[in-house]
Design a protein around this ligand. Structure first.
Ligand SMILES: Cc1cc2nc3c(=O)[nH]c(=O)nc-3n(C[C@H](O)[C@H](O)[C@H](O)COP(=O)(O)OP(=O)(O)OC[C@H]3O[C@@H](n4cnc5c(N)ncnc54)[C@H](O)[C@@H]3O)c2cc1C
Length: 1003
């Protein structure tokens, strides 16, 4: 055993001895809290329900509501304590007012365990007490979720007040160790950056810095005048780079360059942590003034894992607990070896991590007064006491604030305390042996594909790990957190800009066809810029297209499905290669923000791979039943010539989705993109040509919908029409396709996706931090031009005043502008016609209801519409019934949930809907009662993912098909069953195969 390990064990045992001299259970407050935690650790389901109940409690005001939620969360529990819990719930119902208050008091007690005071005055009592125990403080102002700039500014103001208060109240306080005091000011403030700016966007750290720096400078100046220390806390990964950059930018400014009392957090659970720390040290040396680093493991482990899994990103955190522990030790060494540049604070409750830092400092000859240990308020009291007794500098992290803004902090602490892998639980609750707790983490890391330090990551930060059990995998979204992805997008925009204005021909039967007339596709942010000139197909070209498709059908329909699947997969690979270029083109041609454009390209790739996957499932004739003496196989033939009519709002994804569904099932295709996005259509054609689509199988024919589009719809040789677009055109197609023309072979099949008038309901107990952000995104993301967008918001009366105030402030904070800039949420609408139409609806809205909010500062050039919100809207008003397809939101108040559902269901459409609530019973009702094709609970109502959220509506929203779903391809085929009597003279084989080879179509 090495000398260091021996010393770590010696020190660890000493800490344990001291801890055991003041025995205390895991949680310093006994009673209700302790019992709840004990139960949580024994029963995972109880833990989930408890934390959810705690999460909602602060927003409930009436005793009856509290007891109602208690009942919903716990009455149905099935565990050893179920009878006890049910008795408790029954008793609570008898006197709801009393029991509601009692519960609230008890849960507030839980919160008080971790929150040092409700306000600056309150917290001083605690700080004085700690001072008498030789423990310093850093104060953190709770309230990290800000949805608007108003809230962010209020947070900044409160931070300044807190600082003043602490400065005043601690005058005359001295350092507990009385040594190296110049490194450790008494007043220490911890700041959460995301609470100071509501529009942080990972793609645009520069914008975050522009907005954050002016808010921080007054706080920093005052802190400096008061001789205080300021620390930047570190939050979730999405904000990490901006926080580091902000820190370096501000403290390189002349004004702050020589100020040593500034610090930042490094999270050891991050794979990036070592590089980030080394960069910081380089920066610190160049700056020439000391600074501080608080080393922690990190508080968002579960969140990071979930988020990265959902988006297909490489998980930024280590997956094994000992990896984080080991990294903590590695970074401890780097910090201590650079002690002349950086002052270290070790933020851990883990005795092994703490003992390691002590032992290493001793080995390196660093005096114990030159670094400090920091621990959280309400946690590991005995460890703090032990460290003080050993003569170390100890500082406590003390959150200040009300229960409601403190809820996310409280839930993080509860999770941490009950985590299976946490040190505190192991030591204080499960009595794991000291030897075990002091083991070297390097010995505990299990090796394997996911083990240790190695993970499979692609060059753009996507995860190459496949979660077990899933057969179909979505392409990852581009993670704009990474600078290289921001750079690639900027380069793509610059490159595509040089390509604008080119000419694109039709493609018929594999030949390029030029026409006299062209369609000029323009940039909606800058209408004088032409993105491209596209040849315009008229009736003669439409005829040629149909003939080419019909001629190609025989061979294509007889091509094996595997060959067709591979074509789609090659197309997806080409899209992947050209991903940034295609996204950049969308920014120019249809005004999509970066992430929205990327989402569209991702969806197109997903359609290719998903439909190939699905085709392989249905491609081979499948035995219908095992019956002796007879074989029956069901299989599918393509329908014929498919006409694809696509919209401009998901210019690649929807066009590609409908086209690939037709191709992979063996149909030949006439592809008609929207005129506004005809260049993206040309790109899709190019991609399929490169992928090897045979001549005539896919024909590219942009043109006027009312002329050649209508002609094709009526054409006797078109067998199938897949349309996505407005209700008006959709109904016309539906009707026209119903007529049988002379010489027509097939009944035309119409696959029709139309609009929506989608409602989001905010229930009385909803988490407004989430509901407001997600509603704003659903209503104003891509300027409200998604068929899934929220255009009606229904708020329960009880929560209406607070919700509406936050909603209007949030809308006022949105970033509106040219989406070439990263981080823009609201760009231009698609064209002049849409612009006029939406402004017209705004005028109608002004007459029908109350204009509660309209942005004043949208760019003059381009088709920009100010985000607009109407209140006092009657559900029968035109703005509440008709599809506007722009950034206009109608808000309605509902007395109760019955009325909310009634309003939500009162339109002719049924596409998407959203419901925000923390009542399990109300969530169940919403799931059952909201009439929409896609119902989203506690999340935005846009952003369906292929395969995960099969998408499409009914009523006047469409024919009930689900794009990206398992049954979508069945629309593009005709089913056949072939039955053979295999009995000969009473003899038949015992078994028949489950699958046969394809029965390819007739010659
Ligand atoms: C004073 C102070 C300030 C803090 N400030 C911040 C801050 O600004 N930002 C922040 O993010 N955190 C911060 N934290 C850290 C965080 O809140 C936790 O307290 C800390 O991670 C717990 O670590 P530990 O060493 O005490 O306990 P341990 O029990 O040794 O470690 C628990 C930690 O290990 C990690 N972990 C758990 N499971 C796994 C796994 N399967 N694989 C890999 N790693 C895993 C997680 O980070 C978890 O929190 C702070 C902590 C303190 C004490």
């Amino acid at each position: 055993m090495g000398a260091l390990q021996t010393e770590i064990e010696r020190r660890g045992e000493r800490i344990f001895d001291l801890v055991d001299q003041h025995p205390e259970s895991l949680f310093s407050k006994a009673g209700f809290y302790q019992r709840m935690m004990a139960l949580s650790m024994r029963d995972e389901h109880f833990k989930v329900q408890l934390f959810r109940f705690v999460d909602v409690l602060a927003s409930l005001h009436r005793g009856t509501d509290i007891v109602q939620h208690l009942d919903e969360y716990f009455a149905g529990m099935r565990n050893g304590y179920a009878p006890l819990i049910r008795t408790g719930v029954r008793a609570a119902k008898i006197v709801p007012w009393v029991s509601g208050q009692l519960l609230r008091w008890n849960v507030s007690g839980m919160a008080r365990q971790f929150i040092a005071g409700r306000n600056p005055k309150d917290v001083m009592k605690m700080l004085r007490k700690r001072r008498s125990q030789g423990i310093g403080f850093t104060v953190d102002l709770l309230g990290e979720a800000v949805v608007s700039e108003q809230e962010a500014n209020e947070y900044a103001g409160r931070g300044l007040e807190l600082l003043e208060h602490l400065g005043r109240e601690t005058r005359g306080w001295t350092d507990p160790l009385g040594k190296n005091t110049e490194l450790f000011p008494v007043v220490n403030l911890s700041i959460k950056i995301s609470a100071l700016y509501s529009q942080m966007n990972p793609a645009d750290p520069a914008d975050a810095i522009i907005h954050l720096a002016p808010k921080l400078r007054p706080i920093l100046r005052r802190a400096r005048d008061l001789g205080a220390f300021v620390n930047f806390d570190m939050e979730s990964y999405v904000h990490k780079n901006a926080t580091l950059e902000l820190f370096r930018t501000l403290f390189t400014e002349t004004e702050f360059r020589d100020w040593p009392h500034v610090g930042i957090v490094i999270q050891a659970y991050l794979r990036d942590a070592e590089n980030d720390l080394l960069d910081l040290l380089d920066w610190g040396r160049a700056r020439g003034t000391r600074f501080a680093v608080r080393l922690v493991k990190g508080a968002y482990w579960d969140f990071e894992k979930i988020k990265s899994r959902q988006n297909g990103w490489a998980c930024p955190v280590f997956l094994q607990k000992p990896e984080s522990d080991l990294n903590f030790e590695l970074l401890t060494r780097i910090l201590l070896e650079n002690e002349s540049t950086v002052t270290a604070a070790f933020g851990s409750h883990n005795v092994r991590s703490v003992a390691h830092a002590q032992a290493l400092a001793e080995q390196l000859g660093i005096d114990r007064s030159r670094f400090e240990f920091q621990l959280l308020y309400g946690m590991a009291g005995p460890v703090k006491r032990a460290l003080v007794e050993m003569g170390y500098r100890v500082r406590e992290y003390c959150p200040v604030g009300e229960l409601l803004p403190g809820m996310s902090y409280l839930v993080r602490r509860l999770l941490e305390n009950t985590s299976n892998e946490g040190f505190l639980r192991a030591k204080f609750s499960e009595n794991v042996s000291e030897d075990e707790l002091l083991r070297n983490p390097a010995d505990l890391i299990s090796q394997g594909p996911n083990g240790a330090r190695h993970v499979e990551v692609s060059s753009d930060g996507a995860s190459l790990d496949t979660p077990a059990g899933d057969t179909y995998e979505n392409a990852p979204l581009v993670n704009f957190v990474y600078e290289q992805n921001q750079d690639r997008m900027r380069e793509a925009l610059a490159h595509v800009r040089t390509q604008l204005g080119q000419k694109y021909p039709l493609v018929i039967n594999g030949e390029r066809v030029w026409t006299e007339k062209t369609i000029a596709s323009i940039n909606p942010s800058s209408p004088e810029d032409v993105v491209g000139h596209v040849a315009e197909a008229g009736i003669p070209e439409a005829e040629r297209g149909v003939k080419a498709a019909r001629d190609a059908f025989e061979k294509w329909s007889r091509t094996s499905f595997e060959t067709r699947c591979r074509l789609l997969e090659r197309a997806a690979d080409i899209m992947h290669r050209r991903r940034f270029e295609l996204s950049a083109l969308e920014v120019f041609e249809v005004g999509k923000a970066w992430a929205e454009a990327d989402g569209d390209i991702r969806e197109a790739m997903d359609f290719c791979r998903f439909y190939a996957h699905e085709m392989r499932l249905i491609g081979r004739p499948r035995l219908t039943q095992h019956v002796l003496g007879e074989e029956s196989y069901q299989h599918y033939w393509p329908r014929g010539v498919a006409l694809i009519i696509a919209p401009w709002n998901f210019p690649m994804a929807i066009l590609c989705g409908m086209t690939t569904a037709a191709l992979v099932t063996g149909n030949t295709v006439i592809m008609k993109p929207a005129e506004q996005s005809a260049v993206i259509g040309a790109m899709l054609m190019e991609i399929f040509e490169e992928a090897g689509v045979p001549p005539g199988v896919l024909n590219y024919l942009p043109g006027k919908g009312s002329v050649m589009g209508a002609h094709l719809v009526d054409h006797k040789d078109v067998d199938l029409i897949a349309f996505t677009g407005s209700r008006e055109v959709g109904l016309r197609i539906w009707e026209s396709a119903g007529k049988t023309r002379e010489g027509q072979r097939e009944l035309k099949r119409v696959i029709c996706e139309m609009g929506g008038k989608n409602a989001v309901i905010i229930d009385a107990d909803a988490d407004l931090d989430e509901a407001i952000v997600d509603t704003i995104y659903s209503a104003f993301g891509y300027q409200g031009q998604k068929c899934s967008a929220c255009s009606r918001l229904i708020i329960l009366e009880e929560i209406y005043p607070r919700a509406i105030e936050r909603l209007l402030n949030a809308a006022a904070s949105l970033r509106v502008g040219n989406p070439e800039e990263p981080g823009i949420t609201v760009g231009p609408v698609i064209d002049g016609k849409a612009h006029k139409n939406i402004l017209n609806y705004i005028e109608i809205g002004k007459n029908e209801s109350r204009l509660a909010f309209q942005r004043g500062d949208v760019p003059e050039k381009g088709f920009f519409i100010p985000p607009t919100i109407f209140t006092n809207v009657d559900p029968k008003n035109r703005i509440a019934c008709e599809e506007i397809f722009g950034p206009v939101l109608s808000v309605m108040k509902a007395r109760d949930l019955d009325e909310a559902f009634e309003i939500a269901n009162s339109t002719e459409f049924a596409l998407t809907a959203g419901f925000f609530s923390r009542s399990p019973a109300n969530i169940e009702r919403a799931k059952a009662e909201i009439v929409a094709g896609n119902v989203y609970v506690n999340r935005s109502c846009t952003g369906a993912v292929v395969g995960r959220h099969p998408f499409g509506g009914f009523k006047m929203s469409g024919g009930g098909t689900k794009a990206g779903g398992a049954d979508y391809l069945l629309q593009f085929v005709v089913p056949r069953v072939v039955t053979e009597n295999i009995t000969r003279h009473g003899f038949a084989p015992e078994t028949t195969p489950l699958y046969r080879d394809e029965f390819l179509g007739p010659r």
